[in-house]
Design a protein around this ligand. Structure first.
Ligand SMILES: Cc1cc2nc3c(=O)[nH]c(=O)nc-3n(C[C@H](O)[C@H](O)[C@H](O)COP(=O)(O)OP(=O)(O)OC[C@H]3O[C@@H](n4cnc5c(N)ncnc54)[C@H](O)[C@@H]3O)c2cc1C
Length: 286
């Protein structure tokens, strides 16, 4: 077996210098729950591993306009942190439904995003919350809306010398819901998942987000379905129309978890349920 260099820096400048040196020959290691199986099956063969768990990136703060979440914050911390529960309850819900307790204790938010699975639970919730990511390299940093981050399954705009350091979740009002359907009730990847956010004035919908997981090559914002709701009085009939439209925008595949046909049927019911349940949720007030 070939030797692999292992780095565990404590400074961001050191980490980005290592990435700049090794570029696509390096692999970033956070919780390892996605990366280690790939290493074990030789799907990736890096020359260097960059462990980022000592960079002080696991924290959650609220500023005047956004929650700032460090990239190595674990799924377990997201599920239980009072700021996430208060200002981004859909993200806390997604975290609670993601993997087992053991996985939640290791898995990080940055890893969920960078791995870019169409089924990534945290990403589905983050898209409904209009989140953005901060990317850092040796030559500078940039902020990117998560909606512009994904290019395809396990494919993103992240450059080989860039690290995700922070996730910003705007503090905005609204009622949210995250629901996930798997092949069993817990500890499983989504057959279909949905996150919704409704900004309401009485029964009038000012703005809406509908995001589907496992229904397209990347987690999918259903913009036409959102448009159907915007500016309209919310009725059960309109919710049914929006759910039908959301599924019309999806392009699920048949795989070992479900057929495309089943995903569409179940997905429509799940979107309807998420929208109806969101109406009964306590409003997030920044
Ligand atoms: C048994 C099992 C069950 C699972 N269940 C679920 C589930 O229900 N829902 C779900 O969404 N996921 C699930 N997962 C997938 C996985 O746990 C999550 O995607 C997790 O959030 C990945 O985070 P990590 O820290 O372990 O990433 P790692 O495995 O360390 O890294 C994943 C990828 O992201 C890159 N990376 C990590 N952090 C950064 C960063 N800060 N900057 C740049 N690149 C980075 C790595 O190089 C690697 O390519 C499951 C995995 C397993 C093994």
């Amino acid at each position: 077996m070939r030797e692999v260099l292992y780095y565990a820096p404590t400074e961001l400048t050191e980490a980005t210098a290592i990435l700049a040196d090794h570029r696509d020959k390096a692999a970033v290691l956070a919780g390892g729950t996605d990366l280690l199986p790939k290493l074990n099956y030789y799907e990736v063969k890096p020359h260097a591993l960059l462990y980022i768990g000592r960079l002080g990136l696991s924290s959650i703060h609220n500023g005047s306009s956004a929650l700032t979440i460090g990239a190595t914050t674990t799924t377990a911390d997201l599920a239980t942190h009072h700021l996430v529960q208060q200002y981004a309850p859909a993200l806390a819900q997604a975290a609670r439904l993601s993997g087992s307790v053991a996985i939640q204790n290791a898995a990080t938010i940055g890893g969920n995003i960078a791995n870019a699975s169409p089924a990534a639970d945290l990403v589905v919730a983050l898209l409904a919350l209009d989140a953005s990511v901060r990317l850092l390299s040796h030559s500078g940093q940039r902020d990117v809306h998560l909606a512009d981050f994904f290019l395809g399954p396990h494919l993103t705009i992240l450059q080989p010398d860039e690290l995700i350091t922070q996730i910003h979740v705007p503090l905005s009002p609204g009622k949210t819901e995250f629901l996930k359907l798997g092949r069993r009730k817990g500890q499983t990847l989504a057959v279909v998942s949905v996150a919704v956010r409704l900004q309401l004035d009485g029964d009038l919908c000012h703005d809406a987000r509908i995001v589907l997981g496992s229904m397209a090559p990347t987690p999918l914002r259903c913009r036409t379905a959102e448009h159907l709701l915007r500016g309209q009085k919310i009725t059960t009939d309109l919710i049914h129309q929006a759910a039908t439209q959301a599924i019309a925008e999806s392009s699920p595949i048949t795989d070992q978890r479900a057929t495309a046909w089943y995903r569409k049927k179940a997905g429509e019911a799940l979107v309807q349920r998420a929208l109806l349940q969101a109406l009964d949720k306590k409003e997030v007030r920044p």
